[in-house]
Design a protein around this ligand. Structure first.
Ligand SMILES: Cc1cc2nc3c(=O)[nH]c(=O)nc-3n(C[C@H](O)[C@H](O)[C@H](O)COP(=O)(O)OP(=O)(O)OC[C@H]3O[C@@H](n4cnc5c(N)ncnc54)[C@H](O)[C@@H]3O)c2cc1C
Length: 407
């Protein structure tokens, strides 16, 4: 087997035992969690037991976000174990698919968020009272017990339970009166599962901008109940004042990148969008001459650990050289040097992954190479149903499962 380049710094990573990002560990977690993925999940998934005790939920999000495990295999395993009894868990995985599809159809929501952050940073620089409020929230110094605790938990572990994320976002927006955009950045910079679609759109959902006029208001009594009395927050907003903002743009057709040419020799460019391409049946007969990762130095520890594992698996599958490239030019030169005619990668979703594509495309074109993106059939089938609210996708889950050969 070809020797692997090493990822500096991956060893000093966060708590991978809690949030596995290697395939072996993520599979072990999936199998350990399976018995609880049915009725137990439906009954207990919203109870926030606290740090180190989140075992009513799978904590597979860091792996799913990077497709160390695919949605298909997780849903298939859970469905095989529980059949219809896995309905709640399966629906949660489809929330992820739904948000991704929704954002692909409205990439402007992502670029608007980036633009809003730029404007808000200018305001933070010149408005002292606003900056102090933002700093107090970011440091967990608000005096709202659950919120301050969750800031600490997020900083320490990179994870918050879904229900805690909802309360947090609601308090940030409606009680503290801070812009959702800054809250979304606060999460995105810290979460082990940070995902442009799930994060940005969940914040918009809580703020009442996703389903226009329907916001999520945190409630002190409910928080006390769902945290087994650990918290008694005071002074929470009793009204959701939905922030101003433009209506979501109309859905547009999802981008159609160049498809993989199965006859052309290729280098596989691995990104955190899809780290199990080597298992994709549609790519089984590719002539793979090399595997590459780009810009790993700028990646966080969780990404580096996942990329390192993904690269090791890809090399073991395709028996080819591998390279960690510092630039798009180095990636292009590596691919050309290995005799590739195309570079194949997972579909670059809206967010940093898509933003990296133009530079890579330019470098590849200079070497006479093409960039092809592989879109999984899971996404191809589901995303067309992600144009309205989640309900219209939910209704189609049985048909989507059957099209995927599940059940
Ligand atoms: C404000 C806010 C921000 C969020 N930001 C992110 C994010 O950046 N990345 C991310 O992956 N999820 C995000 N979520 C969704 C959800 O909180 C996490 O996916 C979930 O908590 C992960 O824990 P788990 O793997 O134990 O989930 P489980 O309950 O075990 O669910 C299984 C899988 O289903 C998916 N899932 C579950 N709930 C949701 C949901 N509400 N929306 C989308 N997918 C879901 C995840 O892939 C998860 O791993 C956010 C939710 C909110 C309210």
């Amino acid at each position: 087997m070809a020797s692997l380049p090493s990822f500096a710094g991956a060893a000093s990573a966060p708590d991978f035992a809690a949030h596995p990002v290697t395939r072996a560990e993520a599979l072990a977690r999936l199998h350990a969690f399976l018995p609880q993925a049915g009725a137990a999940y439906a009954a207990r998934r919203n109870i926030v037991f606290g740090p180190g005790r989140h075992d009513a939920v799978s904590r597979l999000s860091a792996a799913l976000r990077r497709r160390v495990l695919s949605e298909h295999e997780v849903v298939a395993a859970v469905h095989a174990a529980h059949g219809e009894g896995a309905e709640k868990f399966v629906a949660e995985v489809f929330w992820r698919t739904y948000f991704k599809g929704w954002l692909e159809a409205r990439p402007q929501v992502w670029s608007d968020w980036r633009g809003d952050l730029h404007r808000l940073d200018l305001r933070l620089a010149r408005d002292d009272a606003f900056a102090a409020r933002h700093l107090g929230a970011s440091r967990g110094e608000t005096g709202i017990d659950c919120f301050d605790h969750w800031v600490g938990e997020l900083e320490a572990t990179g994870y918050l339970h879904n229900w805690a994320r909802m309360q947090f976002a609601s308090i940030w927006v409606f009680t503290l009166g801070l812009p959702w955009q800054l809250g979304a950045r606060f999460f995105h910079d810290r979460l082990v599962d940070a995902d442009p679609a799930s994060n940005t759109l969940s914040w918009r959902w809580v703020a009442g901008l996703h389903t226009r006029g329907k916001a999520y208001l945190a409630d002190a009594e409910r928080i006390a109940r769902m945290t087994s009395g650990r918290f008694a927050p005071r002074g929470l907003a009793t009204q959701a004042r939905i922030p101003d903002g433009p209506a979501a743009p109309a859905a547009q057709p999802v981008r159609s990148p160049l498809r993989v040419d199965r006859a052309a020799p290729c280098v596989v460019w691995l990104t955190c969008e899809d780290l199990s391409l080597e298992l994709e049946p549609a790519l089984a007969d590719l002539d793979v001459r090399g595997v590459a990762v780009l810009g790993a130095d700028g990646a966080g520890a969780v990404d580096r650990a996942a990329l390192g594992d993904g690269m090791a698996r890809a090399v073991a599958r395709w028996h080819c050289p591998s390279r960690i490239c510092a630039s798009a030019e180095e990636l292009a030169a590596f691919a050309a040097g290995e005799g590739a005619r195309q570079v194949v990668t997972g579909f670059a979703c809206v967010g940093p992954a898509l933003e990296a594509v133009p530079e890579v495309n330019r470098a590849l074109r200079r070497e006479g190479l093409a960039l092809a993106e592989h879109r999984r059939s899971w996404d191809e089938r589901a995303w067309p149903h992600a144009t309205k609210g989640f309900f219209s996708m939910k209704q189609r889950i049985p048909a989507l499962l059957s099209a995927a050969g599940i059940g």
